[in-house]
Design a protein around this ligand. Structure first.
Ligand code: NDP
Length: 499
């Protein structure tokens, strides 16, 4: 039995039965049967059936938001806007686009070979059984979007929610059970990663994993045994760079929201704030003032901005990292401690001035409400500091000069760069999501997300009636043919005007 605990009140709010490990092979066997049936249904009809989840969700907005709020510790309205709305928007978006992305044939020009009546094209096929392993911080929107894309592409899904958020996981399964899908097309496995992880990876055709970098590496290592494909959406240490010409009022509020939403437990959270020396002092003053106004409390109470962290272990880790930062010479401007007035896992919104870019608090992911601030004097210096990090998920550049912002964005080594925005592209269904370096491999969302859950099948059609020129025998005629080939090859040299 896995208990779900409200991290703000420490009350047990529900339980689910653990899935016996010995049942996992059978779950996959059933999943394969369902997938074969599902893949035979035309793409348009599959999409039409899957989009019905929006009808189900629309009758339960408040209920789902409350489950997420109670299980993760975030305010229900934040849960609605960042999770429930995210699923409805993406499902609708995928429904309207999937035919363009996955339907039909993508013709490939073959050049010379076309004169020999040959042609090639790509069709996208389902991969088979996709295992979606979800994190605790966005337990609804992250796995749900991945499940929707996988299903529309013709796959079946075995889903493992985080053990911290089994009730949200259960609700996803219940919603999908209400729509017209073949039996066992989506099945949920409940259990800790250490127990059920390996059999899931061993049985799956592909794993879409969202979580920490350490676990992601373990999954990739395990997947190597069976050459199981992996898509890894991992940790981050996102930087926000503010130039003097930026809209400072807006940037201050963006930094505050970008760091403290979901109590800082966001892969894309603003974790490093780089301020130009000309605005450094004024920006910090405004940010600290506005952070003081945030209300931290049990998130189901009215008008709470910042809720709880997920558990004691995560909170202890944040406490330890802040302590390390202080030992390394960082200065805490606000927060820097567990909230003494609340009995749940509350850590106060914290802003620290870092001494240099090499400190652990600047380099490592602190998955909680902790922002580190650094000063820079020019573009070159800040680009070097931002890129000098093991993570590469997302970042933002703040300036009034969009061309300049774009130029800086092109120098930054992250999967996404926003100019004058933070975090939110994570919620955009059409735009690709994923990182570089230790932030992961692959992309979810949009067209690239559909490519992740489908395989290219290359079909080559030949309507040439004669033997191909390069076939045996290698006789005198063949020597002549080869001379012609040499002439063709010489004509393939790129002329100066194209260089
Ligand atoms: P974890 O890596 O601890 O867990 C993620 C999931 O993996 C959970 O369902 C967990 O199960 C499971 N798991 C753990 N061990 C294994 C294993 N050996 N085999 C298979 N599955 C396993 O991450 P968190 O849930 O703590 O999430 C926080 C992390 O996720 C942060 O680093 C954050 O940056 C990252 N993240 C990245 C996102 C992105 O899009 N790049 C988005 C959201 C979060 P269980 O907990 O039940 O043991």
């Amino acid at each position: 039995m896995i208990e779900s605990i409200n991290p703000a009140t420490l009350e047990v709010i529900g339980k689910v039965d653990e899935t016996p490990v010995e049942k996992i092979d059978e779950i996959f066997k059933n999943s394969r049967v369902a997938q074969k049936k599902w893949a035979k249904i035309p793409l348009k009809e599959r999409a039409r059936r899957v989009v019905k989840v929006n009808e189900v969700i629309s009758t339960q907005f408040d209920e789902i938001s409350l489950i997420i709020s109670q299980e993760v510790g975030k305010p229900p309205n934040e849960a609605f806007v960042s999770e429930v709305y995210g699923v409805a928007d993406s499902t609708f978006n995928y429904y309207t686009n999937v035919i363009d992305i996955l339907g039909g044939e993508e013709q490939i020009p073959l050049g010379f070979y076309e004169s020999l009546d040959k042609r090639s094209f790509i069709e996208r096929k389902p991969i088979g059984v996709i295992c979606v392993i979800g994190p605790y911080n966005y337990p609804f929107t992250i796995p749900f979007q991945q499940i929707v894309q996988s299903l529309m592409a013709g796959n079946s899904v075995v889903f493992k929610p985080s053990s911290e958020t089994v009730l949200t996981g259960k609700r996803i399964q219940e919603i999908l059970d209400e729509i017209d899908l073949p039996e066992n097309l989506v099945q949920t496995v409940y259990g800790s990663g250490s127990k059920v992880g390996n059999p899931l990876i061993d049985n799956a055709d592909k794993v879409i994993f969202t979580g920490s970098t350490a676990t992601g590496k373990r999954i990739m290592q395990r997947g190597a045994n069976t050459l199981t494909e992996v898509d890894l959406e991992l940790g981050g240490k996102s930087a926000m760079i503010v130039f003097p010409d930026a809209n400072i009022e807006r940037a201050v509020l963006a930094a505050r929201w970008g760091c403290f939403t979901n109590a800082g437990q966001v892969c894309a959270s603003v974790k490093r704030l780089y301020l130009h020396e000309k605005i450094y002092d004024a920006f910090i003053d405004k940010l600290v003032e506005s952070t003081k106004k945030l209300k931290q409390d049990i998130p189901t109470k009215p008008n709470v901005d910042v809720g709880a962290m997920i558990n004691e272990e995560q909170l202890n880790w944040v406490e330890k990292m802040v302590k390390t930062g202080i030992e390394e010479g960082a200065t805490v401007l606000i927060g820097g401690r567990r909230n003494p007035d609340l009995k749940g896992y509350f850590y106060e919104p914290t802003i620290m001035i870092a001494k240099n870019n090499e400190m652990r608090v600047v380099q490592e992911e602190i998955f909680g409400p902790v922002l580190v601030v650094l000063k820079f004097k020019d573009d070159k210096e800040v680009i070097e500091m931002v890129n000098d990090n093991q993570y590469g998920l997302t970042s933002s550049v703040w300036t009034d000069d969009i061309e300049f912002g774009k130029k800086i964005a092109e120098e930054i080594d992250t999967g996404s760069v926003m100019v004058n925005e933070v975090v939110y592209t994570f919620a955009l269904a059409p735009t690709p999501w994923g990182g570089t370096k230790n932030s992961g491999i692959g992309r979810t969302h949009g067209k690239l997300g559909f490519y992740e859950v489908s395989r290219p099948l290359h079909i080559n059609i030949d309507e040439y009636k004669e033997p191909d020129l390069w076939w045996m025998p290698y006789d005198k005629d063949y020597d002549e043919i080869i001379e012609n080939f040499k002439n063709i090859a010489s004509s393939l040299v790129v002329k100066d005007k194209y260089e």
